[in-house]
Write a protein that binds this ligand. Sequence first.
Ligand code: ATR
Length: 285
Amino acid sequence: MISGKAKLAGVMGWPVQHSQSPRLHGFWLDQHRIDGAYVPLAVRPEDFEAAFRALPKLGFVGVNITVPHKISALELVDVVDPAARQVGAVNTVTVSDDGCLTGYNTDGFGFIENLRQGGAGHNFGAGPAVVLGAGGAAQAIVCALIEAGVSDLRLVNRTRERAAALADALAGSINGSLTVYEFSDSTAALEGASLVVNTTSLGMDGKPPLEINLDALPVTALVNDIVYAPLRTDLLIAAEARGNPVVDGLGMLLHQARAGFGKWFGVLPDVTSDLRAHVLKGMNG
Ligand code: ATR
């Protein structure tokens, strides 16, 4: 499939061998019969600046940026998209013909698109949204929820100051309220909620479990976990058992990738069950 004119993209990270992105983008390149390649680029932190600045010279159309380079990329790009500026991290970069590097953050897009596809017509303006966690992932998700029209946002985090800092930073952009809760007070946060999202690493393979009592949550509320290993987390199992609609976290990973693929290769691809199965196969073995 690859000719001498192939468009080149990839993912820069350290380590990068566990990344599912080459498999994911490779599926779409095949599906759309695009003359292009998406490769893993294992770049040590001390080499990142030189490698990143070399992208235009190597003829890359763009890259994804993953751990630990997302903040360095924000500092090095020539142009920063507003979402990346707001989140403080870049995960997608385009290289223009004149060598200009533009940094984006597509996590918020991926999060919203995942709920739009899997969330059975969820209306973001319909009621309070509860976000568990206040780290990097929460930041992108909270910004996206505000933009999607949520007017009552409830942040639950172990470290109260971190959630308070996030709430302070975004207080001016919400048309409504942003309230901080302790985990010990999560029952109050869940009362009347229409959406719950776990953005913490709790419940992930190898991490402590997420312990939260869902009794106060309306059974109509949509429950989403951004953890996707395991795919069915204890939170999703507990929510489903009481009748709540649930959306797993793999879709966010797949949907956030669509944005970069569209910018680099000119086709906005779809997330299908075949793609999910293909990526899951890569994750499991
Ligand atoms: P990411 O960028 O992936 O969001 P992060 O910035 O380290 O990662 O954020 C991890 C989130 O998981 C934070 O909200 C963190 O809570 P604190 O702000 O209190 O650190 C939460 N988290 C991680 N381990 C936790 C634990 N054992 N108990 C409760 N919360 C935890």
